[in-house]
Design a protein around this ligand. Structure first.
Ligand code: ATP
Ligand code: MG
Length: 359
């Protein structure tokens, strides 16, 4: 077992956030614009051929590395240090309490022995890291420690991709942690900093839809289900007899026959709405919570026309599509119209790019 893998590295030279999704590579560079203002310098979204990343596993390292290289070039960035993340499903996390006065090595030993008890594979196949979260209110002698563990090969595959693309991985985070960091920035901009609000955030990607329910800076519920925009691409491809990559491109450009909205898009929006309201029901039945105050939508498929409206009507909860760059300055080379379509998909890479400002 090794501690050299910086899940929670606190070194913060200039870095870019890099997200490897199942449909695309997403890259974000943020900079400090002074006076507490952050600037979006540049970003890129580069498609990955189908089948290269499946269920969070990188099946074709070379193909994905090529896409990373293209994304990097196209973005125009010069920064080679990268913060990346493992899929939430590939990481086991656990919070434990340890005495606050342990030395670093003692803490490592405690973490290892704790990890031994709950990790279902041999420890020499595991990458492990931990982070001290802070004192525990009711037992001042102890600190709360967050442990993250993942199979080594999952980490190594991602490092191999980034290195093959000529970049330098310096932070390996977890997707849900990174998106939560970006989200907390947004929630902090709500009236009263969103205090007391139960906010359900849905990330509708290409193949998965994740939900996190947030309350006062904590994720009180997290789930993932297999549902996403890839299905709509398949529907388009079948309806009009065109290949999937053409369907994908036309879905984004909107260049489709007149009956698309009624006959293909609307049924998909309906089933997305059903999936999401079902996920909410599941949240209510499996937790003590009985209400959600707001729904926020993120992920590439959240921009589909009519989705927030349909959901708001069905769930009777105010619903909006979010941009992780809200309140940031935009560099002059950013095209705002395109950014509006791309931004909701950039929550995770934005959270990763924010690692640059870690204290
Ligand atoms: N402008 C757009 N209009 C419609 N759909 C879009 C648009 N932009 C992206 N999408 C869809 O969003 C999906 C990609 O979203 P996202 O980038 O969040 O997923 P991913 O991270 O690649 O996949 P996953 O998280 O499921 O592994 C694709 O299905 C894509 O077709
Ligand atoms: Mg994703």
């Amino acid at each position: 077992m090794a501690f050299e893998l910086p899940f929670f590295s606190s070194k913060t030279p200039p870095l870019i956030g890099l997200d490897v999704g199942s449909s695309s590579i997403k890259l974000v560079e943020l900079a400090d614009a002074g006076d507490g203002v952050v600037r979006l310098e540049r970003y890129a979204v580069e498609p990955i051929p189908r089948g290269a990343v499946v269920d969070g596993n990188i099946d074709k390292i070379d193909v994905v590395a090529d896409a990373v290289r293209r994304a990097w070039r196209r973005s125009g960035t010069r920064i080679k240090n990268v913060a990346m993340a493992l899929p939430t499903s590939a990481v086991i996390t656990k919070r434990i309490a340890l005495p606050g006065n342990l030395r670093e090595e003692e803490m490592e030993m405690q973490v290892e022995s704790e990890a031994n008890q709950y990790i279902p594979f041999a420890l020499d196949e595991v990458s492990l890291d931990f982070q001290v979260l802070g004192p525990i209110p009711n037992s001042p002698e102890d600190v709360e420690v967050l442990i993250a563990a993942s199979r080594k090969e999952k980490v190594e595959d991602r490092l191999a991709v980034v290195q093959a693309a000529g970049l330098n991985p310096i932070v390996v985070d977890v997707e849900s942690f990174a998106s939560r960091a970006a989200l907390e920035r947004l929630i902090g901009q709500l009236p009263n900093q969103g205090e007391g609000l139960v906010i359900a955030v849905f990330y509708i990607g290409a193949n998965t839809t994740g939900v996190s329910v947030m309350l006062d800076g904590e994720a009180i519920y997290e789930r993932e289900q297999p549902f996403g925009g890839q299905q709509l691409t398949g529907d388009i491809s079948r309806a009009y007899g065109i290949p999937a990559d053409e369907a994908e491109q036309k879905k984004r450009s909107g260049d489709l026959p007149a009956n698309y909205e009624d006959e293909v898009l609307r049924p998909f929006v309906d089933s997305a709405t059903t999936e999401i309201t079902r996920a909410l029901q599941f949240f209510f039945t499996s937790t003590p919570y009985t209400r959600v105050d707001q729904i926020m939508l993120a992920g590439g498929s959240s921009v589909l026309a009519g989705l927030p409206e349909a959901l708001m009507e069905r769930a009777q909860v105010p619903t909006s599509v979010i941009s992780p760059f809200k309140g940031m300055e935009l560099s002059p080379n950013i095209r705002e119209r395109q950014l509006r379509l791309d931004a909701p998909a950039l929550l995770t890479p934005c959270g990763l790019a924010m690692r640059r400002f870690d204290k």
